[in-house]
Design a protein around this ligand. Structure first.
Ligand SMILES: NC(=O)c1ccc[n+]([C@@H]2O[C@H](COP(=O)([O-])OP(=O)(O)OC[C@H]3O[C@@H](n4cnc5c(N)ncnc54)[C@H](O)[C@@H]3O)[C@@H](O)[C@H]2O)c1
Length: 305
């Protein structure tokens, strides 16, 4: 198929681009004309150590195919330095792929404060720092695309990943609010929850499955959401092995009690089927969809709602 999505003159930062999904995204953006900041701390899967080899290797791959790229070996916690690398080398920043990640799995009972903090710092603080530093440039130029990498562990929970689940669903919260704040300036922000073979999944999946779940199957969605003709923002997508699907919230009609008369825990229990019955469910999309039934039940009409 002929390429119609072109990133000529666009500058793209991919965090964690030295391996796995990030490497795949970086190579494809570069193949489509982008100037890429290949950003990787080069440490281990649990946040230990650092090194330049991983990022350098991907930069060499991009240059070998005639593309343009520079390496940056900072941690995502220095997101402002990475954006400065993009500006110093390529004069602008158009796309941020927040992808860098590590794991510190352990049951909640055994999780240390260090495990909690490091996961927060790499996934949440790191994504915030890169997006925050890129944000004013995106608003000023009236163009920007950000992808935050979430996870099924965040959406659904997963044993041994309280730290990671919190961080990964937090990234979807960030995505939704940045999508609202960037809308008028053509800055679009989406989140993906990938399933792919990488060093992150090689310890939990059989080797042949890791090989089959190619990171390259995640990248086409990322490219599509970053295209200048993309109109989707604030979305969350599950993606892997050629399957791509969008998620949304679903809510029951709910039970209604009269606030003026008061109601008890027993009243709630007696109406539990109404609270939990998804027949005729709704699909709320914005924060007002949460406020409206609350105020309606109070008998109050808020102007503009
Ligand atoms: N592989 C999956 O199935 C899967 C599932 C859900 C979410 N994810 C997410 O996708 C992203 C990519 O994961 P992957 O599977 O390609 O893993 P990976 O370990 O192959 O790649 C992650 C890269 O991030 C880099 N990195 C780690 N900490 C960094 C930091 N502080 N600063 C800069 N770079 C750093 C690592 O050096 C590594 O190259 C992660 O955010 C991960 O949580 C992956």
């Amino acid at each position: 198929m002929t390429d119609t999505m072109n990133f000529d003159d666009r500058v793209v930062i991919v965090t964690g681009a030295g391996a796995g999904l990030g490497r795949s995204h970086a190579l494809e953006f570069a193949r489509r004309g982008a100037k890429v900041v290949v950003y990787d701390l080069g440490g281990g899967a649990h946040g230990e150590g650092k090194g330049s080899a991983a990022a350098d290797k991907v930069v060499a791959e991009i240059i070998a195919m005639g593309g343009q790229a520079v390496a940056d070996y900072n941690s995502v916690e220095q997101g402002d330095a990475i954006v400065q690398t993009a500006l110093d080398n390529f004069d602008r920043i158009d796309v941020v792929i927040n992808n860098a990640g590590i794991l510190r799995d352990s049951s909640f009972a055994k999780m240390s404060d260090d495990d909690w903090d490091l996961i927060y710092r790499v996934h949440v603080l790191g994504a915030y720092k890169v997006a925050k530093a890129a944000w004013p440039h995106m608003l000023a130029q009236g163009y920007g695309r950000i992808i935050n990498t979430s996870s099924a562990a965040g959406i659904y929970g997963n044993f041994g990943q309280a730290n990671y689940s919190t961080a990964k669903l937090g990234l979807y919260g960030l995505t939704q609010t940045l999508a609202i704040e960037g809308a008028k300036k053509n800055v679009m922000v989406n989140a993906i929850a990938p399933v792919a073979g990488s060093r992150m999944t090689e310890t939990i999946l059989p080797a042949e499955v890791v090989t089959a779940l190619k990171p390259e199957f995640i990248t086409p969605l990322v490219i599509k959401l970053c295209d200048e003709n993309n109109e989707e923002s604030g979305g969350l997508y599950e993606v892997g092995a050629g399957w791509i699907a969008k998620l949304q919230w679903e809510r029951t009609q709910g039970a209604k009690f009269n606030p003026a008369e008061g109601f008890s825990a027993e009243d709630v229990a007696d109406n539990w089927d109404k609270v939990t019955d998804f027949t005729d469910s709704e699909k709320p999309k914005v924060a007002n969809d949460s406020f409206i039934p609350v105020f309606t039940n109070l008998g109050i009409k808020i102007p503009g709602m």
